[in-house]
Design a protein around this ligand. Structure first.
Ligand SMILES: [Fe+2]
Length: 298
């Protein structure tokens, strides 16, 4: 016999769109010492122990997500997201306590080159600038971020006036993922609790410098065909990956915002690979065996 529930359940709230994971952003850097101080010592990430362990690239784990930082070019040119990367970290107070040390260390190890590292500790978030000027916002875990206690929750891009509605149409109609209106922009749902946000700003944007982010799609071929037919695929990398660079309005083809999307299928060998995450609170003084790994949810 079918049980009738007294309160209707919101089944739509449980649906996940076509973007199943926002996995990393990738910005070229020029000094791994500063990246280590920022992403590992300050933010509490964990350097990927398995891939790119040399000096030409470093991957830093945050839960199921990463930040990728290759060093390229002579001299290498650092890249910046045109927006803010939003992370969830398990303990904001513990992170705030590490920041003065990191500021002093940055000045000590790189006096000759300088850096843009800065931070502001707020009531419910810590705003940071990475050594190359990327804007990072760290939040404590809360219902707003689903179950995530450590990870890249969102990237919020600054976009030109008059583009957000078309960007929303692009992700909804072409990328086939839910979009909702946000303040001065749109929010594109990714995975069970992540998002890409596009917020209109009057401020002039810097030129696009080639950074990228990675999303995994459930329907990998549908968006591909639409983009291919319009000449918008910029790279056919391999059977599991393609790239696009321009977000276009599907209504009129207008190019709205440029940022490289690294797009992979869920059959890509790296999809959902287990990532090592440490407990950043542990020290040599209070070490307890078995307490080394991050124990929260991601
Ligand atoms: Fe990438």
């Amino acid at each position: 016999m079918t049980e009738i529930l007294s309160t209707p359940l919101d089944r739509a709230a449980e649906s996940v769109g076509n973007i199943v994971l926002l996995e990393h952003y990738n910005c070229v850097i020029d000094d791994q010492r500063l990246a280590t101080l920022f992403y590992v010592t300050a933010m509490g990430g964990t350097r990927d122990p398995y891939l790119f362990t040399g000096l030409d690239n470093m991957w830093v784990n945050f839960g199921r997500t990463q930040v990728h930082m290759p060093s390229r070019g002579h001299p290498p040119v650092a890249q910046r997201l045109r927006g803010t990367a939003g992370f969830v970290v398990p303990d904001l107070a513990a992170m705030a306590a590490r920041l003065d040390f990191v500021r002093a260390e940055m000045a000590r190890v790189a006096p000759e080159r300088g850096h843009l590292f800065d931070y502001q500790v707020g009531l419910d978030a810590i705003e940071l600038r990475c050594p190359w000027g990327n804007r990072i916002r760290c939040h404590a875990p809360s219902a707003r971020f689903g179950r995530m206690e450590l990870g890249l929750s969102y990237i919020e891009f600054d976009v030109p006036p008059g583009t957000a509605a078309g960007i929303g149409r692009f992700y909804e109609q072409v990328m086939k993922t839910p979009v909702r209106l946000a303040q001065q922009g749109v929010e594109v749902m990714a995975g069970v609790s992540q998002s890409l946000r596009f917020t209109e700003t009057e401020r002039p944007l810097p030129d696009y410098d080639g950074h990228h982010f990675l999303i995994y799609l459930a329907d990998f071929s549908g968006p591909y065909q639409w983009l291919k037919d319009r000449g918008l695929i910029t790279k056919d990398v391999d059977p599991h990956e393609w790239r696009l660079e321009w977000i276009c309005d599907p209504e009129d083809g207008r190019r709205l915002f440029q940022v490289e999307h690294e797009v992979r299928s869920m059959r890509h060998p790296l999809f959902n690979r287990p990532l090592v995450n440490r407990n950043p609170a542990i020290t040599n003084i209070d070490y307890r065996r078995g307490n080394e790994a991050f124990a929260g949810d991601f």
